[in-house]
Design a protein around this ligand. Structure first.
Ligand SMILES: [Zn+2]
Ligand SMILES: [Zn+2]
Length: 279
């Protein structure tokens, strides 16, 4: 039996993340998520810049998990934190990195699941209703909610969670009235419940986390036995030179430092991936 089977795990969120995190813990680990929203997680930072984030992404996730454990009085806690940048390929698409952290106060360990993928995060300055209607059409509104404010991204008067056309029109009329530049700043609401593409990515990070938790150290049986190093250098099938393809993966225990190396099944790399044969 896995050591985490039947345990209760706290989850602090007021953005409905329990909807994707709880079913996965139940199905994959038979563990129960105890949801609490008794602390306002927006105090640890918002995407709309009205509250700066507590530390870095991992600090914020860890803090949320610990507050949740305090509130529920449980020894196990989980929490998530996301960030948005540009995609690593062409740098033009919004790129979402989600982490989900698990803390075990019994063993004094933490394990982190992560997922990086595209998600809806666009912004624009618009001048009239027609431009806003076009923006909303192109950006998966209303399944993805919008935030509106006068002038620019830092105006203090903002309306979050806009999820239908009537509210959108009202919000636009208000914002344009308050604007000095006769422009309205529109952006996606990035809170999990308001952004289904982000929620999907939180689900993926949760799967990654639980897979790591399910993997036990062969030496001391601590959960979270995971890949810590990937070594490239699989030799090319044609010229035998080292390629950038993965040859070996190193697993490390987070508790006893036991290591296991696993070589990939393939003995040779595809010449198409060889810098020498196919530069
Ligand atoms: Zn170990
Ligand atoms: Zn080659």
């Amino acid at each position: 039996m896995h050591p985490y089977e039947n345990i209760k795990i706290s989850l602090l969120t007021k953005h409905k993340k329990e909807n994707v995190i709880a079913p996965k813990f139940l199905k994959m680990l038979n563990a129960e998520i105890i949801h609490t929203d008794a602390f306002d997680t927006d105090e640890l930072g918002t995407f709309t810049r009205d509250k700066a984030r507590y530390g870095n992404q991992l600090d914020a996730a860890r803090r949320k998990a610990m507050i949740g454990m305090e509130i529920t009085g449980l020894k196990y806690g989980v929490a998530s934190e996301g960030s948005f940048t540009s995609d690593p390929f062409i740098g033009l698409l919004p790129w979402n990195h989600e982490i989900v952290i698990f803390i075990d106060n019994n063993l004094g360990i933490e394990v982190i699941g992560s997922s990086k993928a595209a998600a809806m995060s666009s912004q624009s300055k618009i001048r009239n209703w027609k431009e806003l209607a076009k923006f909303s059409r192109l950006n998966k509104f209303p399944t993805h909610h919008l935030v509106l404010r006068p002038d620019d991204e830092n105006h203090p008067v903002l309306q979050k969670g806009i999820s239908n056309r009537i509210v959108l029109e009202e919000a636009f009329n208000q914002a344009i009235k308050l604007s000095k530049t006769k422009k309205v700043y529109v952006e996606h609401d990035l809170r999990a419940f308001a952004n289904p593409t982000r929620m999907k990515n939180i689900a993926k990070a949760t799967t990654d986390l639980i897979q790591k938790l399910k993997s036990l150290c062969p030496n001391c049986h601590t959960p979270g036995f995971q890949i810590t190093k990937i070594k490239a250098g699989l030799p090319c099938e044609l010229c035998d030179m080292e390629t950038r393809e993965t040859m070996e993966r190193i697993f490390t225990c987070i508790s006893c430092d036991y290591e296991k190396s696993e070589f990939v099944k393939k003995k040779k790399a595809d010449p198409a991936k060889c810098d020498f044969c196919n530069p």
